[in-house]
Structures are given as structure tokens and as C-alpha cells.
Design a protein around this ligand. Structure first.
Ligand SMILES: *[C@@H]1O[C@H](CO)[C@@H](O)[C@H](O)[C@H]1NC(C)=O
Ligand SMILES: *[C@@H]1O[C@H](CO)[C@@H](O)[C@H](O)[C@H]1NC(C)=O
Ligand SMILES: *[C@@H]1O[C@H](CO)[C@@H](O)[C@H](O)[C@H]1NC(C)=O
Ligand SMILES: *[C@@H]1O[C@H](CO)[C@@H](O)[C@H](O)[C@H]1NC(C)=O
Length: 490
């Protein structure tokens, strides 16, 4: 179902005399959303990835070209009514050059997955006896200090079952127990997901290779039967600080003390062009921005954000929110997040919490009126709303799903062919409608929640950035250079 646009007297009049009502209304914004233009921007992002090694990931030329693409529109084409700037931040760039695990019989394993920020081994790798560790399905294997009692990991590569706590926790215990490295076997199968070890905690981690469940279980039972096994782990990575950017663009109209904000991330994963994730959010924002440019007369300012380094751990958006003073945070009355809104087998998910108020309701109503079944999903800190939610800023977003909804999630096949254009168009209209509504009225918008732990969180983020900087400086001082880039070696 389309939202009626021309049924109002003003609309009919405007269409009749070829002039256009210039007042921004939700219906006017919805009317201006064009499927063809959404598609055209996706096509351009796909081209940018193709011309830059197949991705648009942070720290790469594909990301720079994506920033240029958005800037050309935000600053030049629609520049008349927006103030646009780049916000620079630093982050740890991580590029895996090689990972391998060689088994006790000299066999190379077909699949070994490396977490993000996996610390490198020496070039020749670590060859050591493999030590099995107990499995605890109730509390997680080797997640707790007392689970290491009686385990002598000194000088060993330790074999641990994944699951129950994050990978980093297991590595921290292994390091305290003087292990040389860790071989994790997946607790589920057959696909192995890629965890992060957190850039700011690199010093607590050990090199790790994640191997398939069946191989890990076989090795565990051979070790339990008393066999001595030597294995080799090789991790070769580039870890270095590189700058990245958020693109922020705000209307010159509207009260700058009452800001409605709308964001999407501009980077892809290194594995692919990121057209559903999150070319769809990127194109939705550009299309809505162009629509906004057509109108006047809205009381609240509108701020667009294309976030950098989302895939590296929400780095750009949390840098942005960590830099806000309490007064600046108070001015942001609402935050909308659009990350993956055109999955090929879409669900219609409204991301929210109990402080989402009218924003989530508007999205739900729009989609329900269009005949879609809407699923509410709790915020889970997996996209750029996290920093806003942590500041107590009322937030919501749309999400059309990964897994069965997007089998190409985080893969090379997340191309222009991986988007349901109808779902994207409908979601962009829902987003335009919700934005247009709040740009005119704050009725039903909750107050910013009182979040006292905030300051601590801000300090923590600041500390993290300091740590990353220190890491980068250390990398520059003492270590070898490879491939013309700084490289950490242990
Ligand atoms: C990023 O790091 C560089 C080099 O250390 C520094 O000059 C620059 O000020 C940093 N930028 C930010 C935003 O912290
Ligand atoms: C642990 O193993 C190392 C290396 O094999 C050995 O030197 C050390 O004595 C052992 N520690 C204990 C407490 O058994
Ligand atoms: C919102 O949820 C949080 C935790 O999920 C809870 O602590 C808080 O009391 C809830 N607030 C309201 C107004 O329901
Ligand atoms: C999200 O992160 C915040 C701050 O780190 C934390 O308090 C909250 O419990 C997290 N929420 C979820 C659902 O993980």
C-alpha cells in the first residue's frame, strides 16, 4: 500500500499547477523516495568495491572512495541546505596475511579461522605439544580461573572447546597460564564464525586458530588416549593505526538544539562489497537527504551520519558518541539507525528498547499499513545505535535479517544482486516517514534516559583510544616492517 500523497487539497493543487508545496511533511518525503535512485547508488557502491579489490572496508581505498561518493552528494549536489564535515578518528587496522594450523601428521587443515585482531606468531609459527583441556558445557570451557587449576599450560599450545564466553576471555586465561597459543575447536558446526579480540585488549591475547569441530574432537580424544601430538600455528597479520572518518551532515534549517539524527554505516567487511550490509542504509540516507533538500519549514534540525569502521567494532559511531558533551547529547532528541534494510529474503525487524517510544511505533505502523508482518527485536549492541543507547538517547532502527534472510551476509556475494529492492524501497519510505514526523513534532518522544554509568563509559572509550594510540606508537618504534606497512611481531 502506498501512503496517500495527492489526496490533500494542497497536494492536488501543487500537482495541478506544477508548483510544489514546500513544507516538509512525512508524506512529501515518502513521495520523493525513488526505487531507481536507491538502486543507482547501490550500483555505484558495487562499482567502487569492484574497482578497489572487492571491498569497501575501513583502512582501504574502497572506503576512501565511498567517503568521496557520499561527500560529492552531501556537499555538492545537495550542499545548499546542509553543513557537512568529516570527523576523523584513529583505529587499529587489521589485515590477515596468513593463518594455518598444521596437524600432528603434518597435514594442513582445510579451514582455520582467525579472529579480528589476532596477534601474530613469529614468521615460522609456533610448533609445540598440544594440550587438551576439559570441556564444561554448563559454564563454558576454560572460561573461569578455577577451570585452569591443575592444568599446566606452560610452553604448550592448548586445545579448547569454543563457547560459553567470548574467545578473548579464554585467551586471557591461557596467557596467564603461560601457554604459547591456543587452538580452539568450534562448539557448533560446520560453519565457523569470526569473533573479535578487541583492539584495545590485544596485549592480553595469544595467537589463536579456530578449527572445525570434528577435527578438534578427534584430536581431543587422541590426546585423552595418551597420544603425544605436536602442532604448528602460524598467524601473520598487519596491525597498525590508520585514520578513518565519519561523514556528518546537518540541515542549516531547523532548531539546532532539537536534532533528529539518522545514521547508517559506510564501510563493508573486508570479505566483500557490502551492498546489503550496509549499502542499503547508505543509499536510504542519501535518498532521504535529497528529499529533505526539496522542502522548508521544519522546526527541528536533521543530522545525517555515515559511520566509519562499524565492522571493526562500531568504532566510528562510538567515537562520535564518546566525544559528545552531555549538553550535545541532550540536543539529539532521537536517533534512527538503518543497517541492512534490503536483505534478499527480508524480515521486517524494528530494533528497539523500552526507551524507543514513538520512533519505533512510527516504523512499525508504516510497515504494518503496507501489509508487512513486523518483528520487534531488542537492541543487542551489534550496530551503531549502541553508543546512542548507552547515552540514553531514544533510538530505533530497521533490520531485515542475516542468516536465512541474507545467506551472503559478510561474504563476497553481498553484491548488487543481494538486495530485495522492494523491501529496501519500503523501508526507506518508512524511514523517511518517521524522520519527517519527528522533524515536525517531538510528541511521544521520550526524554533522554538518565544514565549515570555514562561518564565511566565515555572515559573507557577515551582510554581505549589512548591504548590503540600507544599500541601504534610501539609498533612504529620497535618492530619490523613488512609490505611497506608497520607490522607487529612477537
Ligand atoms: C590519530 O593519530 C595521529 C598520529 O598519532 C594523530 O596525529 C592524530 O591527531 C590522531 N587523530 C585523532 C582524531 O585522534
Ligand atoms: C609445568 O610444565 C613446565 C614445562 O613442561 C615445567 O617446567 C613445570 O615444572 C611444570 N609446572 C608444574 C607446576 O608442574
Ligand atoms: C527498561 O528496561 C531496563 C532493562 O532492560 C529496566 O531496567 C528499566 O526499568 C526499564 N524501564 C522502563 C521504563 O520500563
Ligand atoms: C550493550 O552495552 C552496554 C554498555 O556496554 C551494556 O550495559 C548492555 O548490557 C549491552 N546490552 C546488550 C543487550 O548486550
Amino acid at each position: 500500500m502506498r501512503t496517500p500523497h495527492a489526496v490533500t487539497a494542497a497536494g492536488v493543487f501543487a500537482a495541478g499547477c506544477l508548483a510544489r508545496s514546500t513544507t516538509l511533511t512525512p508524506e512529501a518525503l515518502v513521495h520523493d523516495v525513488r526505487a531507481g535512485e536507491l538502486q543507482s547508488t547501490l550500483w555505484n557502491l558495487n562499482r567502487i568495491a569492484n574497482e578497489n579489490g572487492g571491498n569497501r572496508a575501513y583502512g582501504t581505498p574502497g572506503y576512501l572512495a565511498s567517503v568521496d561518493f557520499v561527500l560529492e552528494r552531501a556537499q555538492i549536489r545537495f550542499g545548499r541546505k546542509f553543513d557537512t564535515y568529516l570527523q576523523e578518528f584513529n583505529h587499529t587496522y587489521d589485515e590477515l596475511l596468513k593463518i594455518s594450523v598444521t596437524g600432528p601428521d603434518g597435514e594442513g587443515l582445510p579451514v582455520v579461522v582467525s579472529p579480528i585482531y589476532n596477534p601474530p606468531t613469529p614468521t615460522e609459527g609456533i610448533t609445540a605439544p598440544l594440550l587438551n583441556t576439559p570441556v564444561d558445557k554448563a559454564y563454558g570451557s576454560m572460561c573461569w580461573e578455577d577451570q585452569w587449576d591443575g592444568v599446566n599450560a606452560t610452553g604448550k599450545l592448548v586445545l579448547i572447546r569454543r563457547g560459553g564466553c567470548d574467545v578473548h576471555t579464554k585467551l586471557t586465561h591461557a596467557k596467564k597460564n603461560r601457554a604459547l597459543g591456543v587452538i580452539l575447536y568450534n562448539n557448533v558446526g560446520p560453519k565457523i564464525s569470526k569473533p573479535t579480540l578487541f583492539a584495545e585488549k590485544i596485549d592480553d591475547a595469544l595467537p589463536v586458530g579456530i578449527i572445525p569441530r570434528n577435527i578438534g574432537m578427534e584430536w581431543a580424544s587422541r590426546l585423552d588416549a595418551g597420544e603425544d601430538m605436536q602442532v604448528t600455528l602460524v598467524v601473520d597479520t598487519i596491525l597498525e593505526t590508520r585514520p578513518s572518518w565519519n561523514v556528518i551532515s546537518q540541515t542549516t534549517q531547523g532548531d539546532p538544539d532539537k536534532v533528529i539524527m539518522i545514521g547508517a554505516h559506510l564501510d563493508s567487511v573486508p570479505e566483500g562489497p557490502g551492498i546489503n550490509d550496509d549499502g542499503t542504509g547508505t543509499t536510504a540516507l542519501l535518498e532521504i537527504m535529497e528529499a529533505v533538500e526539496h522542502y522548508e519549514g521544519y522546526p527541528h534540525s536533521i543530522r545525517f551520519a555515515w559511520w566509519g569502521s562499524e565492522e571493526g567494532g562500531l568504532v566510528g559511531s562510538t567515537f562520535y558518541t564518546s566525544e559528545l558533551t552531555p549538553e550535545e547529547a541532550d540536543k539529539i532528541k532521537y536517533y534512527f539507525n538503518y543497517d541492512m534494510i534490503g536483505s534478499p529474503n527480508p524480515m521486517f525487524g524494528v530494533m528497539s528498547d523500552n526507551n524507543s517510544g514513538i520512533g519505533a511505533q512510527l516504523l512499525e505502523d508504516y510497515l504494518t499499513d503496507a501489509g508487512k508482518e513486523v518483528t520487534y527485536r531488542q537492541f543487542d549492541n551489534r550496530s551503531d545505535y549502541a553508543g546512542f543507547v548507552a547515552l540514553g538517547i531514544p533510538s530505533t532502527g530497521l533490520f531485515t535479517g542475516e542468516g536465512e534472510h541474507d545467506p551472503c551476509y559478510h561474504q563476497a556475494c553481498d553484491t548488487i544482486d543481494n538486495v530485495d529492492l522492494d523491501a529496501l524501497t519500503l523501508n526507506t519510505k518508512a524511514a523517511a516517514h518517521a524522520l519527517g514526523t519527528l522533524a515536525s513534532s517531538l510528541e511521544g518522544v521520550p526524554k533522554r534516559a538518565n544514565v549515570t554509568p555514562n561518564l565511566r563509559r565515555r572515559r573507557k572509550t577515551a582510554t581505549n583510544f589512548q591504548l590503540w594510540k600507544t599500541l601504534a606508537e610501539e609498533a612504529g618504534r620497535g618492530h619490523s616492517c613488512a609490505h611497506g606497512k608497520m607490522k607487529l611481531t612477537v
